[in-house]
Design a protein around this ligand. Structure first.
Ligand SMILES: Nc1ncnc2c1ncn2[C@@H]1O[C@H](COP(=O)(O)OP(=O)(O)OP(=O)(O)O)[C@@H](O)[C@H]1O
Ligand SMILES: [Mg+2]
Length: 347
C-alpha cells in the first residue's frame, strides 16, 4: 500500500510567472502529482512568488530542480577527440577557455558527450572525433538561486539550463521518432516566454543547436500599451482578452511577431545549412504563443509545420491533488517546469 515513490518539483523561475510541476515515479511510471503557478505582480519578487506557489500547490516533496537562462549562461557545441565522459569532465576545464567569454574562475562548468550523430550528412565527425556540449554558468547566478530556494525551506536537487529542460520535456513526453524516416529530420522546440524566446533543435532525439532571442510576450504587451495609449497592466489584460480589441491587438503585436519569426527562421536556416538535415516541424510553448494568431503566423512565416505543444500529453495526472482544468489551460507554458521535474527519473 505504501509503495515508496520519488518526487521532484520542477520549479521554473520565469521572469513573469513562477511555475511548478511535481512529477512522482509510481513504480516506473511518471505521474503529475502537483501543480501551481503564480504571476509576479508589478513590484513583486520571485521569492514571494515561490512562497505562494508552495502555499497553493499541494506538493508531496520539497525537493526542487530549477534552471538558469539568459546572459548568465553560455552553451557551446564543440568537437573534440573521442573520450569517455569522465575524461571529458577533466579535459573540459582546459578546453573551456577557448570557447567561453567568461573567466574560468567565475563560472561553473558542465559538459556532455553527444556521440557523432550530430553533424549528420556532409559534416560527419571524423572517426576519432566526438561532439560535446559545453555549458557554463556564472557562479554568482548559481549562488543566488541556491539562496533563493534555501530561504524558502526547499531542497535543491539540481540546477539545469532552460534550453535543455525543453529537450528533457520532449523526451519525457515520449514523442521520440519511431521510424527511420522520422529520425532523418530535425525538430525545433521554441518557447516564447515574457522576456525571451528559447530555441532548441533536436536531431535524432539529440540537441544540436540552441539559442535565446530577447523577444517575448512583454514586447507584445508594450506594443499594445503604445498602440492604445494605456498602462502596461491594462495592455496585458487587453492582450489576453483579445476579442475586446481584436484588430488593434493584432496589428500592435504583428511587428513583434515579425521580428521574432525572422530570428527563428534565421536560426533554422543556419541549422539546415550546417547540418544537411531539414527542420520540418516546430513545437511551440511558452505564454507568448497564447497570443492571438501567433502559432498560425509562425507556421506560415517560417513555411514549416508548427503546433502548440502540450508537454503533459500522455502523462497520468493525479486528479486528487491537481486542478486538472487549470493544468490543461496552462499546459503550453509548463514545458520548462515539466522538463526540470523529469529529472525525477535520475533522482
Ligand atoms: N492569453 C494570452 N495571450 C497572450 N499572451 C499571454 C497570454 N497568457 C499569457 N501571456 C503572456 O505570456 C508571457 C508569460 O509566459 P511564460 O510564463 O512562458 O513567461 P516566463 O517564463 O515568465 O518568461 P521568461 O521565460 O521570458 O522568463 C507573458 O508575457 C504574458 O503576457
Ligand atoms: Mg520561461
Amino acid at each position: 500500500m505504501f509503495r515508496p515513490s520519488k518526487s521532484i518539483v520542477g520549479l521554473d523561475l520565469g521572469s513573469s510567472v513562477v511555475k511548478a510541476v511535481e512529477i512522482s515515479l509510481e513504480g516506473p511510471e511518471p505521474v503529475v502529482t502537483g501543480f501551481s503557478r503564480v504571476e509576479i505582480p508589478p513590484g513583486g519578487t520571485t521569492s514571494e512568488a515561490i512562497a505562494a506557489v508552495f502555499r497553493e500547490g499541494r506538493f508531496r516533496s520539497k525537493r526542487v530542480v530549477t534552471s538558469v537562462a539568459g546572459q548568465d549562461v553560455v552553451v557551446r557545441y564543440v568537437s573534440l577527440v573521442q573520450m569517455t565522459d569522465s575524461e571529458l569532465k577533466s579535459a573540459i576545464r582546459f578546453e573551456a577557455d577557448k570557447y567561453l567569454p567568461f573567466e574560468l574562475d567565475e563560472v561553473v562548468l558542465d559538459c556532455q558527450g553527444l556521440g557523432s550523430l550530430v553533424g549528420a550528412e556532409g559534416s560527419e565527425a571524423a572517426d576519432n572525433q566526438m561532439n560535446a556540449l559545453l555549458a557554463a554558468c556564472k557562479t554568482e547566478a548559481i549562488e543566488s538561486q541556491v539562496e533563493l530556494v534555501h530561504d524558502q525551506g526547499l531542497q535543491l536537487a539540481a540546477i539545469d539550463v532552460d534550453l535543455f529542460a525543453l529537450a528533457n520535456a520532449w523526451e519525457l513526453c515520449g514523442v521520440m521518432p519511431d521510424d527511420l524516416e522520422e529520425e532523418a529530420r530535425g525538430i525545433a522546440l521554441v518557447d516564447v516566454g515574457a522576456t525571451r524566446t528559447s530555441i532548441n533543435v533536436l536531431f535524432g532525439g539529440q540537441t544540436c543547436f540552441s539559442r535565446e532571442i530577447n523577444i517575448g510576450g512583454k514586447d507584445m504587451t508594450e506594443a499594445v500599451a503604445r498602440r492604445l495609449s494605456v498602462e502596461i497592466f491594462e495592455a496585458e489584460a487587453i492582450k489576453r482578452a483579445s476579442e475586446s480589441h481584436e484588430a488593434e491587438v493584432n496589428s500592435a503585436i504583428a511587428p513583434v511577431l515579425e521580428d521574432l519569426v525572422s530570428e527563428i527562421a534565421l536560426s533554422l536556416d543556419y541549422v539546415e545549412h550546417h547540418s544537411g538535415f531539414s527542420v520540418e516541424e516546430i513545437l511551440l510553448s511558452g505564454g507568448g504563443v497564447l497570443a492571438p494568431g501567433a502559432a498560425g503566423y509562425i507556421e506560415q512565416a517560417t513555411a514549416r509545420r508548427a503546433r502548440t505543444w502540450n508537454p503533459l500529453e500522455g502523462l497520468r495526472v493525479d486528479a486528487q491533488r491537481v486542478d486538472v482544468e487549470e493544468l490543461e489551460a496552462w499546459a503550453p507554458t509548463l514545458v520548462v517546469a515539466v522538463g526540470l521535474a523529469s529529472r525525477v527519473r535520475a533522482a
